[in-house]
Ligand binder design. Structure first.
Ligand code: 5GP
Length: 189
């Protein structure tokens, strides 16, 4: 998606270890106009998919997910990274975060992720695919169906996308970063 690629080139910052910082428009300050355009693009790319629920993971997935949910007029559920003491009926999985180099539990209530749900997962980044694998586990535990996964930015050099596509999952990424070597951002045309 051209507008996102242009913005990454303009405002994205590269950090050691293959990290792209997009704090200026996605992860800290947010650009709602761009966020809406990205959601419109997801709606277009998943137009032939039957969906009844949007799923994301807190915190950075919530903004794009709510935009998609708004456009499709569908509920948006976010998996939580901390188990609330009041939450019963929970499904839990463990995710390794390479940006933080630690594992954390992710949970979602069975009240909101239900058997038979047709779930579109939306998140900000796809890197090694660990968060995505956790989501696949939660969706399976809920006996729901994962009908697609949409990411604002995929870092193809970390191969999470290869894994997900090899599983037969419909994956859409709005910008694909091929390399961040020498702190130079190379985006797929
Ligand atoms: P994965 O689980 O696919 O390895 O990583 C995905 C998660 O890690 C995303 O939800 C995102 O929060 C975070 N992440 C991975 N790579 C980056 C990056 O380059 N920049 C930022 N800001 N977050 C990242």
């Amino acid at each position: 998606m051209k507008a996102l690629k242009d913005r990454i080139i303009r405002d994205g910052k590269c950090f050691e270890g293959g990290i792209l910082k997009v704090d200026n428009f996605i992860n800290h300050q947010m650009d709602p106009i761009l966020m809406k355009s990205m959601a419109v693009e997801f709606v277009r790319r998943f137009a032939s998919t039957k969906i009844n629920k949007i799923l994301t993971i807190e915190a950075s997935g919530i903004a794009p997910a709510i935009m998609v949910g708004y456009l499709l007029e569908l509920p948006v559920v976010f998996a939580k990274k901390k188990k609330p003491s009041t939450m019963e009926n929970m499904l839990t999985t463990t995710v390794y975060s390479f940006t933080k180099d630690r594992t954390y539990d992710v949970c979602v209530s069975k009240d909101y992720l239900c058997p038979g749900d047709k779930v579109l997962f939306i998140d900000d980044f796809l890197a090694n695919g660990n968060a995505a694998k956790g989501i696949i586990d939660l969706v399976q535990k809920a006996e729901a169906e994962l009908v697609g996964m949409g990411f604002l930015i995929e870092k193809s050099f970390q191969h999470g996308g290869d894994y997900l596509r090899a599983q037969g999952i419909h994956v859409e990424s709005l910008a694909i970063i091929e390399s961040l070597e020498n702190c130079q951002i190379k985006i797929k045309d």
